[in-house]
Design a protein around this ligand. Structure first.
Ligand SMILES: [Ca+2]
Ligand SMILES: [Ca+2]
Ligand SMILES: [Ca+2]
Ligand SMILES: [Ca+2]
Length: 510
């Protein structure tokens, strides 16, 4: 799932003192009838802050409810991870425990369509969900999940499989026997962290899936996890992110075919047939590309890269940690674990003798780890699009705020006067990338210029509260749909799935 449990206490201290004020504000809003619900408000967890901002308002589609009638909210919306909106307005979403649900606009309620048996240890589970571009015709749902069986690798160590698979929805039932396995990702289950798990499509029907580095980050002091000692593979991202022959620490791109197989699109990082490489790799050098998005007009791939923890630079180890928003216009190596941010190099380090070596060369990175099963000479490193440290960012000051770092990428919006929707995002957000932060609880609109570079970054709906935004998609109505994960690491009673509506004329006059 995510990564920085140690930051939760920090985030809690930011929010809790405001709760009383925010609850009274909320009560006033609901009493005034300004918010829509799919059931009586009293049955739901109270959102922890203002739910409107100018002409924008949140509509709560689904939230934790009191399911047993004892007057206390239950964890009925359990660790929601990723959502997808069908063209008919149904909202499909995945819970980490393996449950797939759909919220329907006609009943304004959710039903369970299926439950996969999944491994939920480490940061695994059912992590990602998306719908086929022709979903209304074929009913195909794509899931990223961890197989329940923990097996042993050739060294007798705990291993598992994460998988991207296609299932067919029939009515309100996900036919589990219809599974077609598209991608199998071999993982180690000895040590935590970083599973990735986002699934997305471009306008050409190519499927992208993000995979984390499957590496323990806690014994490299917040710098590069490049331990080469025997048996230390779970602490090495050179086995995964920097290994061209491994699917972990990557964003994969394949073309699903109707029969349930995949083909390799042109333009992936390594041409099919290249020895000691995997043809599915589109982007390598990722740590935890947790949530991804693709510009539907030009195919540019965006993702949030959840970065390492070092609070400052160290002359023996390398730069401070940065979270990143990346833009890939083509296949590439985005650096991890040798570079971070704008390709700031880490310094090679011998974990046996605890002595530093030379800084890595972004023009010509070489992976000499014994855990690398791929080619050693890697493509040059690509810099991040936006990047920020734990301390204040001078380059991108709009991102600054309390609560750690967990960068995520949402969709790119294009305004169309022809789009029939009362509530679509207004014209000022044309050609805008939305990014968001699970730890800092903000959404930022990144207005792009005609060359798809940053024109302007601004906080979006600053007066609206977001509780750990976890996934964000555009609906067919031109509205943003957001999963708010809830306050804590898990077992939240304040999770919700919302649509952000623009009120236009109606609310502008209020
Ligand atoms: Ca209850
Ligand atoms: Ca990077
Ligand atoms: Ca998503
Ligand atoms: Ca919940």
């Amino acid at each position: 799932m995510l990564l920085r449990r140690n930051e939760l206490s920090d985030a809690k201290s930011v929010h809790l003192p405001q709760m009383n004020y925010l609850h009274s504000r909320w009560t006033a809003l609901t009493a005034a009838g300004l918010l829509s619900f799919s059931a009586k408000a009293a049955d739901y967890a109270l959102p922890s802050g203002p739910q409107t901002d100018g002409s924008f308002r949140k509509v709560v589609l689904e939230a934790d409810k009191d399911t047993d009638g004892d007057g206390k909210i239950d964890d009925s919306l359990k660790d929601p991870m990723e959502l997808a909106v069908a063209k008919d307005g149904r909202v499909f979403y995945a819970q980490r425990d393996g449950t797939v649900k759909v919220w329907k606009p006609d009943t304004k309620a959710s039903v369970v369509v299926g439950k996969l048996d999944v491994f939920t240890g480490l940061e695994d589970g059912l992590l990602g969900l998306n719908l086929d571009p022709k979903f209304l015709e074929n009913g195909w749902v794509y899931l990223f999940y961890a197989r329940p069986e923990t097996t042993q690798d050739s060294d007798g160590k705990k291993a598992g499989e994460n998988r991207v698979a296609r299932f067919t929805l029939r009515g309100d039932t996900l036919d589990l026997a219809s599974e077609k396995i598209l991608i199998r990702i071999a993982t180690q289950r000895e040590q935590c962290c970083h599973s990735g798990g986002s699934v997305n499509f471009d306008s050409q029907g190519n499927l992208y899936a993000s995979v984390g580095d499957n590496t323990n980050p806690f014994e490299s002091d917040g710098y590069a996890p490049i331990d080469k000692r025997p048996g230390r593979s779970p602490w090495s991202a050179e086995k995964s992110s920097a290994n061209p022959n491994d699917l972990r620490g990557k964003i994969l791109r394949v073309h699903p075919e109707p029969d349930g197989t995949v083909t390799i699109p042109k333009g992936n990082l390594f041409p099919p047939g290249t020895a000691k490489t995997r043809p599915e790799i589109y982007v390598m050098g990722d740590r935890n590309p947790f949530r991804i998005s693709i510009d539907q007009k030009n195919g540019y791939l965006y993702w949030g890269e959840v970065g390492p923890d070092a609070g400052g630079s160290n002359p023996q180890r390398g730069p401070a940690g940065f979270d990143e928003i990346n833009q890939a216009r083509h296949a590439g190596n985005f650096g991890w674990p040798y570079f971070v941010g704008d390709s700031k190099p880490y310094i090679d380090y011998d974990f046996e003798t605890k002595t530093p070596g030379k800084p890595f060369d972004p023009e010509h990175p070489v992976n000499t780890s014994p855990f690398n099963t791929g080619i050693q000479d890697l493509p040059p490193a690509e810099p991040a699009f936006i990047y920020y440290p734990a301390s204040q960012s001078a380059r991108f000051p709009v991102v600054n705020g309390p609560g750690g770092r967990t960068a995520m990428a949402g969709p790119v919006y294009y305004f169309s006067p022809d789009q029939k929707s009362e509530h679509k995002l207004p014209a000022q957000f044309d050609h805008t990338l939305f990014i968001y932060e699970w730890s800092r609880n903000w959404i930022i609109s990144v207005k792009l210029d005609p060359n798809d570079k940053i024109e302007k970054m601004e906080r979006f709906c600053t007066n609206m509260t977001f509780k750990r935004p976890m996934d964000m998609e555009l609906g067919p109505d031109g509205c943003l749909y957001v999963i708010e994960y809830g306050t804590n690491w898990g077992d939240n009673r304040d999770s919700q799935i919302v649509r952000i509506e623009y009120g236009g004329q109606q609310t502008a006059s209020r």
